[in-house]
Ligand binder design. Sequence first.
Ligand code: CAA
Length: 274
Amino acid sequence: MEFVLYEQKGAYAIITINREKALNALNSTVLEELDQTLEAVDLETVRCLVLTGAGTKSFVAGADIGEMSTLTKAEGEAFGKKGNDVFRKLETFPIPVIAAVNGFALGGGCEISMSCDIRLCTDNAVFGQPEVGLGITPGFGGTQRLARLVGAGMAKQMIYTARNIKAAEAYRIGLVNEVYSAEKDADGNEVKSAKEVLMAAAEKMAAGIAKNAPIAVRNCKKAINDGLDVNMDEAIVIEEKLFGDCFETEDQKYGMAFFLDKNKEKVKAPFQNR
Ligand code: CAA
């Protein structure tokens, strides 16, 4: 692929948006390649994804402004749908996706990170929805997901003012779960860059998630996502069904038998995805 890299590392995989010269901005080709990459993930063996951007300056600096600049109304709507379809695929992807945000996450960049389950970032990350400064609305889910994540008041402030926020503020308002800085030795020399620290943390989290019972993890994602879209009475029924769905699986039988085994003679074997 021209703009998307995919690397499987055991039970998790890393997707890298690789268009560094344009700060990993999302043009149609990037969106198509992201879609194809998700379609090709081997769900038999991969249990968690990490999504990041190439380089250390930018995660994704938004949808491609050059490509959008000449669109008609109908083409604009179609471009919005193209992005929304891929982002929705990411959001509803059966396994968890961790966004490792290594710098600018603006417009479509902030929006793609919000389609992921968990956001981690470097301390140089900048989040924002600058679209009204370009004469458009956020078009890849920003008007919907930002309000759900940080509340309508904060989302409206960010979107109406088009003001970007730094990593510390993104952390304060709950847009990111954790912020990572470069590791330095006693003399203040950089030992690991913030991106390296971020990726190590994201990969460690992905590997940890991948070790848990896969059907249970998938059902948790579905229960949380689907439950947030309905009222609590319906949400609880969604949970009951997905909870029940775990029973009689090998993983449930094995996971509970291991806990109940007082002798714990066996070394805990990996969960088997069944
Ligand atoms: N689209 C297309 N190209 C982009 C881009 C984007 N969103 N963001 C950056 N680039 C390109 C620049 O045009 C430049 O290319 P050239 O070297 O060929 O000139 C290259 O990336 C480097 O960018 P800068 O020279 O601008 O780098 P900088 O360090 O001076 O600034 C920045 C970095 C503040 C992120 C700045 O690039 C910027 O403001 N980018 C646009 C951010 C933005 O407005 N994003 C929202 C887009 S709209 C959207 O996403 C709609 C939606 O919801 C679907």
